[in-house]
Design a protein around this ligand. Structure first.
Ligand SMILES: NC(=O)c1ccc[n+]([C@@H]2O[C@H](COP(=O)([O-])OP(=O)(O)OC[C@H]3O[C@@H](n4cnc5c(N)ncnc54)[C@H](O)[C@@H]3O)[C@@H](O)[C@H]2O)c1
Length: 368
């Protein structure tokens, strides 16, 4: 069975979740195997994911093997105590705008060891040497420059990309075109968790739309206790996260809500929650014959399980596209797996379209 050789950009909690999830499946842990709903995508199983390279800026992680670095502070994830076959060394990445002031003390970044250009050359060389096929971008939210650096590196090194974060690459025309021209696939942007706040909120909004009731106003408040949530306390880094999360709900709500009638945002950092995320979602509406109603959901979920369950699928879609020599944004898979895809679809339609794409080797990708 062919393997999928991936490179990790940002060895944080999401990366720790991915590495440990793959390990649990390799060990055939019954709970992990039972909860894997897509045992094969194309011909690929989750166990076929191999970690070929890894990059970070943290002095706690650089120089360590990935299998050890995923347990270093400020990571918090322990689904299994050790992982095997994860011997790649974590290599330095340029910091650029990756580390906010609020997390600087925890991440302890190593800055300016080499020039950006030297780092770029070393990284491209490393990706080629390690035969990395797909880069998985797990940089902190707000890392616009760093994500663009890695998108460029991906194109230069001939890698596909899974963009897990709300910096718009797959859904941004300029970048979509660059990936298309180089015939490299990209799935993005911003992971839509398995049972995350976005999919639950979309499902509630879709229900209203399907049942023919008006949504008048809605909010979604999220709290959590990991570095992702701490980073999001810096308002300037939130801009595209807010757009990504808000549009994901607006897209299925029926009649678009005025800006002051919808609030969707990561809202606070509560340290003791760790990787547990709690979301409070409320919809207020009007049903026939002009009678008001409201509904609320409280979701409590491991944020990193939410991410890992989607990323193992996104990686395999990307690999199938590589095998088929298809480049550019995978619009169907992105609509199914990501919050801010190039072409938004309802979740029901996106799932069907992604499966159709998978089952039809000769179908051309929709271009953006
Ligand atoms: N359910 C989810 O967890 C979910 C869903 C959607 C999107 N995301 C996004 O995924 C991303 C990763 O989340 P996380 O919880 O792993 O964050 P994290 O803070 O745990 O990890 C980020 C990692 O990136 C490293 N880093 C910082 N700047 C860097 C640079 N310039 N180059 C290389 N590495 C750098 C940090 O040292 C850290 O190891 C975030 O942007 C988050 O918003 C997560």
């Amino acid at each position: 069975m062919a393997k999928i050789r991936i490179g990790i950009v940002g060895v944080g909690n999401c990366a720790a979740g991915l590495v440990q999830a793959v390990q649990l499946l390799k060990e055939s842990k019954p709970e992990a195997a039972k909860s894997e709903k897509h045992p094969e995508i194309g011909d690929y199983r989750v166990e076929d994911i191999e970690f070929a390279s890894a990059f970070d800026v943290s002095s706690n992680k650089i120089g360590k093997q990935l299998g050890g670095a995923i347990y270093e502070a400020p990571n918090l994830l322990h689904w299994t105590d050790s992982v095997k076959d994860c011997y790649v060394e974590v290599i330095p990445s340029p910091v650029l705008d990756g580390v906010s002031d609020l997390v600087d003390e925890k991440v302890k970044p190593i800055r300016n060891v080499h020039s950006q250009e030297k780092l770029r050359q070393d990284i491209v060389e490393q990706l080629k040497q390690t035969q990395t096929e797909i880069l998985v971008n797990y940089l902190p939210t707000g890392s616009q420059k760093a994500t663009e650096f890695w998108a460029e590196v991906s194109i230069q090194a001939g890698c596909g990309m899974v963009n897990c974060i709300p910096v718009f690459i797959a859904s941004e025309e300029k970048w979509a075109k660059r990936f298309s021209e180089r015939n490299l696939p990209i799935v993005g942007d911003d992971v839509k968790g398995v049972i995350g706040a976005t999919i639950v909120h979309r499902t509630m909004a879709q229900l209203c739309s399907d049942r023919g009731v008006n949504v008048d106003r809605t909010y979604q408040i999220n709290v959590g206790g990991n570095t992702d949530f701490l980073n999001l306390k810096e308002a300037a880094r939130l801009k595209f996260k807010k757009i990504s999360k808000t549009e994901a709900v607006q897209n299925v709500i029926g009649e678009r809500l005025a800006e002051d009638q919808i609030y969707v945002g990561p809202s606070d950092f509560i340290p003791y929650l760790g990787n547990t995320k709690i979301a409070f979602i409320r919809i207020e509406g009007t049903m026939f014959p002009g009678v008001p109603f409201n509904m609320e959901t409280r979701l409590e979920v491991n944020d990193k399980a939410n991410s890992a369950g989607i990323v193992v699928d996104a990686i395999r879609y990307c690999k199938v596209a590589l095998d088929r020599h298809l480049g550019g944004p995978l619009v169907e898979a992105s609509a199914w797996l990501m919050k801010h895809p190039p072409i938004p679809m309802t979740d029901h339609v996106a799932k069907k379209e992604a499966e159709k794409w998978l089952n039809n080797a000769h179908r051309e990708l929709i271009t953006v």
